[in-house]
Design a protein around this ligand. Structure first.
Ligand SMILES: Cc1cc2nc3c(=O)[nH]c(=O)nc-3n(C[C@H](O)[C@H](O)[C@H](O)COP(=O)(O)O)c2cc1C
Length: 182
């Protein structure tokens, strides 16, 4: 699949067929996601995959701040990728204790976002639908999936085989978002 086609054709999918997603296929998608750029090539993004319906149910019950829309998306999904990052590395030069810019630790979330987009595009290229969920309770999710103490949850990404097509939400025009500095 052409890169531009993948970038423009990917959509957030919230309805999935009953078909399970092979773990090997998810490993192939992560194999692509690990090529995302990262601060200092520290590669702080981590992926905890949940395909057990009981655990997905616990994420829906306790991991989305009682946001029913996300709970129903989760219950319908065949799997959930818990995207986390290792804290305290991105934003620093080498092993220095202090952050190098006024964005401080924000770069770790930035790194997770880049890894996320690579994951979404790789999944789309392999026929797997995804949706990022940001309305989440990261502390509750950490407990449910037993995340290592040095990591923080960035987002949930639900996945599965798409059930039907979705209409692309509109985008701003190029003139609205681009300028040349004079
Ligand atoms: C950081 C982030 C958080 C999001 N959180 C949610 C969410 O909590 N629930 C949801 O249904 N969609 C969520 N989305 C999906 C957006 O609604 C979606 O990307 C946007 O409407 C554009 O649609 P598209 O992805 O199909 O192009 C989130 C997307 C991003 C990038």
């Amino acid at each position: 699949m052409d890169a531009i086609e993948a970038i423009k054709g990917r959509r957030s999918i919230r309805k999935y067929t009953d078909q399970k997603v092979d773990r090997e296929l998810m490993a192939e998608i992560i194999d692509s996601a690990r090529w995302a750029p990262s601060w200092g090539n520290f590669q702080v993004a981590r992926w905890t995959l949940v395909d057990d319906p009981n655990m997905i149910g616990r994420l829906a019950a306790d991991g989305v701040n009682d946001f029913a829309y996300n709970a129903s998306t989760l219950i319908n999904a065949k799997g959930v990728a818990v995207l986390s990052f290792v804290k305290g590395k991105s934003g620093k030069l080498g092993d220095e204790a202090d952050y190098s810019t006024n964005k401080n630790s924000d770069w770790e979330v930035f790194d997770a976002g880049l890894a996320c987009q690579s994951f979404l595009l790789a999944a789309y290229a392999k026929g797997i639908g995804t949706c990022v969920l940001g309305v989440i309770d990261d502390e509750s999710i950490s407990k449910i999936v037993t995340l290592p103490a040095e990591e923080t949850v960035a987002a949930l990404i639900v996945y599965g085989y798409p059930d039907g097509k979705v209409t692309p939400p509109p985008r701003k025009k190029v003139e609205e978002i681009m300028r040349f500095a004079e």
